[in-house]
Design a protein around this ligand. Structure first.
Ligand code: SF4
Length: 356
């Protein structure tokens, strides 16, 4: 498939780079013109930007750099401190991998990120997109970044009508066919910027687009309908019961989740499994983390995860002094904010304290 006009694969990158020279977004993690990009900064920003917006990431990025200015400093820090600083960015597995990756780079690579895409891919938490972004932006390697923004631009430029996700391989091949050998880092950032600011999901600004004359979807009037997407399956709902246990000193029971799985290693308010069928109070109390006389609280806590919606009911119980040994971590209620609680756990706490 070809873009509709006579521009060839050499001309398209050139046009995009010329546009980028004038319209590049100014972002805190971007190197100034003429300065080489620092791989640590590129990596840190790319991990943070996975599934999160530029606006949301900026203050976190600045704070991480202030506290951990080098990959060695991050590797030497306490994991809990990293998780705490990550609070609000979601997807905590990324923060855990960030910390592990810093340790691998420090211990196995002498504190220098590898420049090879395949080798980068072997680092914890670094997938194909991030590896390509680091290779291109930090090291100037010819590497093709393909994320949702790039898929949209390419699907429109070539009018690819196959729905996602089936179209992924084709879109990658087409994106690779355009990637230039020179200025690969600028090109990667340019195509990201084009997708973020011009070839936006709704109402693409084709009049401002350096690829407008070559764009097949624009010519066909189908830009806004692309990329086509297969209909989404409805998200299932899972149910659980959380235990708000308070001891005689007025502290609430928390514990650490298993290292693997959803919210791995995070601090939680204890709960039953999250399953497809709702729980009865009797079923749940049989699984309570400590003996207490449990009272259901009115209302529910709802939280949307990527692959399912969660509905939790709460049981509150007072725990006698003799029973609170070894159950987990008892945290004074006014010190809950000192723990890196995931958002769903904060919702539980707010609900139990009558603040939701
Ligand atoms: Fe996107 Fe419009 Fe540019 Fe085509 S012309 S790539 S649809 S902004």
């Amino acid at each position: 498939m070809q873009p509709r006009h006579s521009f060839d694969a050499v001309d398209l990158p050139h046009r995009l780079l010329t546009w980028y020279d004038r319209h590049a977004r100014i972002l805190p993690w971007r190197a100034r013109p003429g300065e080489p990009a620092d791989p640590y900064r590129v990596w840190l920003s790319e991990i943070m930007l996975q599934q999160t917006t530029v606006v949301a990431v900026a203050p976190y990025y600045q704070e991480f750099l202030r506290r951990w200015p080098t990959v060695q400093a991050l590797a030497a820090s306490d994991l809990d401190a990293v998780l705490h600083a990550w609070q609000g960015l979601g997807y905590y597995a990324r923060a855990r991998n960030l910390h592990r990756c810093a340790q691998v780079v420090t211990q196995d690579y002498g504190g220098r990120f590898p420049s090879d895409e395949a080798e980068l891919c072997r680092l914890p938490g670094v997938g194909a997109y991030t590896a390509a972004a680091i290779a291109a932006i930090a090291f100037g390697r010819r590497a093709t970044v393909v994320d949702g923004n790039v898929e949209r631009v390419i699907a429109r430029l070539f009018a690819v009508t196959t729905p996602l996700p089936a179209a992924k391989a084709e879109l990658r091949r087409l994106a690779e066919s355009l990637t230039p050998g020179d200025r690969s880092g600028d090109y990667a950032q340019a195509i990201m910027d084009l997708g973020a600011t011009v070839c936006v999901p709704r109402k693409p600004k084709c009049l401002l687009c350096p690829w407008a004359e070559a764009c097949a979807a624009r010519a066909a009037g189908t830009a806004e309908a692309l990329p086509a997407k297969a209909p989404k399956a409805k998200k299932p709902t899972r149910h659980g019961v959380a235990f708000w246990a308070v001891n005689e000193a007025g502290a609430v029971l928390l514990r650490r989740r298993p290292e693997t799985g959803l919210l791995g290693g995070m601090i939680e308010v204890p709960s039953t499994d999250w399953r497809s069928a709702p729980w009865t109070v009797e079923e749940a109390t049989a699984l309570a983390p400590v003996p207490a006389s449990w009272v259901p609280l009115a209302g529910r806590v709802r939280h949307a995860f990527t692959h399912f919606n969660l509905e939790l009911t709460l049981l509150a119980g007072r725990v006698a002094e003799a029973e609170d040994d070894g159950a987990g971590l008892w945290c004074p209620i006014d010190r809950l904010s000192e723990h890196a609680l995931p958002t769903v756990m904060k919702k539980i706490a707010r609900h139990a304290l009558g603040k939701s």
